[in-house]
Design a protein around this ligand. Structure first.
Ligand SMILES: NC(=O)c1ccc[n+]([C@@H]2O[C@H](COP(=O)([O-])OP(=O)(O)OC[C@H]3O[C@@H](n4cnc5c(N)ncnc54)[C@H](OP(=O)(O)O)[C@@H]3O)[C@@H](O)[C@H]2O)c1
Length: 293
């Protein structure tokens, strides 16, 4: 199986280079080789590599930056994804695309299921939803994986930021009214590779048969504060950290350009039923992630 990976320099893309490299002949492209801000350039790239499966881990992920006038969020997360869907149909390859819990407004009481109403509260969520909707309208052979709160320690992420700030400051304030599924990028990458392995005998046919949205995120729910607290507590060299006080504050006390949805836990039972894939508990994942520090 020839696999083309886009977004290979991102935190998820970096992990996917390893996990997808084990199951097929992988070409991994970063922004320099394949720029999603220029959707019209994608056809040439896709034709040059003629993949059986394309995995899109590229995205404009700056949630606050997406609010700015002239932000490339819509081109990269919306228009480019539509073009990938069109090409998947025309060139007959399967597509695995990654989306987000931020397509929801965060007001639900129960974990979100795939067919629950979407209502993004910020421009990033709107742009990611546009990508999803384009793939649906095109009936593209696309497995859309909505994930949440993705972190690694290589690049900027919530957990990486807490690790850095905890070594610089004695007091930290973290919001305690936002809840979601922390997802270690290595576990997510392994889950995506497991799905790709199931598609392998016939990526276009299997992605067509199973096309649609699936939720795939770490098991268990945490608040940002709980995630930060465990990050500090389980840091392998905790005694070297400067932080002494971790305060829980409401989101209102930390205004940012983009509003965040408050509760976006995802019900991941459909991906387990369909592909037999479930990601480990977030606490276990965090310990494994921190062990690599
Ligand atoms: N991080 C989260 O909390 C989170 C939560 C839910 C869903 N997701 C989704 O998960 C996927 C992976 O995100 P991630 O966490 O790995 O984020 P990331 O580390 O920011 O990776 C995104 C990658 O896309 C690249 N990119 C940006 N603009 C591009 C362009 N015009 N053309 C080609 N590549 C471009 C980035 O390159 P540069 O480094 O050069 O900018 C980066 O390498 C995305 O679809 C994201 O929407 C993430």
């Amino acid at each position: 199986m020839k696999i083309l990976l886009l977004g290979a320099e991102g935190q998820l893309g970096f992990e996917l280079r390893g996990s997808l490299g084990c199951i097929g002949s992988l070409t991994a492209l970063g922004r320099a080789e394949c720029d999603l801000a220029r959707p019209e350039s994608l056809e040439q790239v896709v034709r040059a590599y003629a993949p059986d499966l394309l995995v899109n881990a590229a995205a404009y992920t700056d949630v606050d930056g997406s609010e700015a006038v002239g932000s490339p969020a819509h081109a990269i997360n919306g228009a480019a994804v539509a073009e990938l869907g069109r090409l998947a149909n025309a060139e007959r390859f399967g597509l695995i695309h990654v989306s987000t819990d931020f397509v929801f407004d965060g007001e639900a009481r129960a974990p979100y299921r795939e067919d629950d109403a979407t209502a993004p509260v910020n421009a990033y969520g709107v742009s990611k939803l546009a990508g999803e909707q384009a793939l649906k309208a095109l009936e593209a052979p696309a497995i859309v994986l909505r994930t949440a709160w993705v972190y690694g320690l290589r690049r900027k992420s919530f957990v990486a930021t807490i690790v850095r700030l905890a070594s610089e400051r004695s007091e930290l304030s973290v919001v305690d009214d936002q809840f979601g599924n922390p997802t270690f990028c290595r576990d997510l990458s392994n889950g995506i590779a497991a799905i790709a392995t199931i598609l392998r005998p016939d990526p276009f046919g299997a992605a067509t048969a199973h096309r649609g949205v699936y939720h795939l995120a770490g098991s268990g729910v945490a608040s940002r504060y709980e995630l930060a607290k465990l990050t500090v507590e389980r840091h392998p060299r905790r005694e070297t950290l400067k932080v002494r006080t971790l305060s829980a504050i409401p989101s209102d006390a930390m205004p940012l350009p983009a509003r965040r949805p408050l509760r976006t836990p995802l019900d991941c039972s459909k991906v387990q039923r369909t592909f037999g894939v479930a990601l480990p508990d977030w606490r276990d994942a965090l310990e494994r992630a921190l062990a690599s520090l």
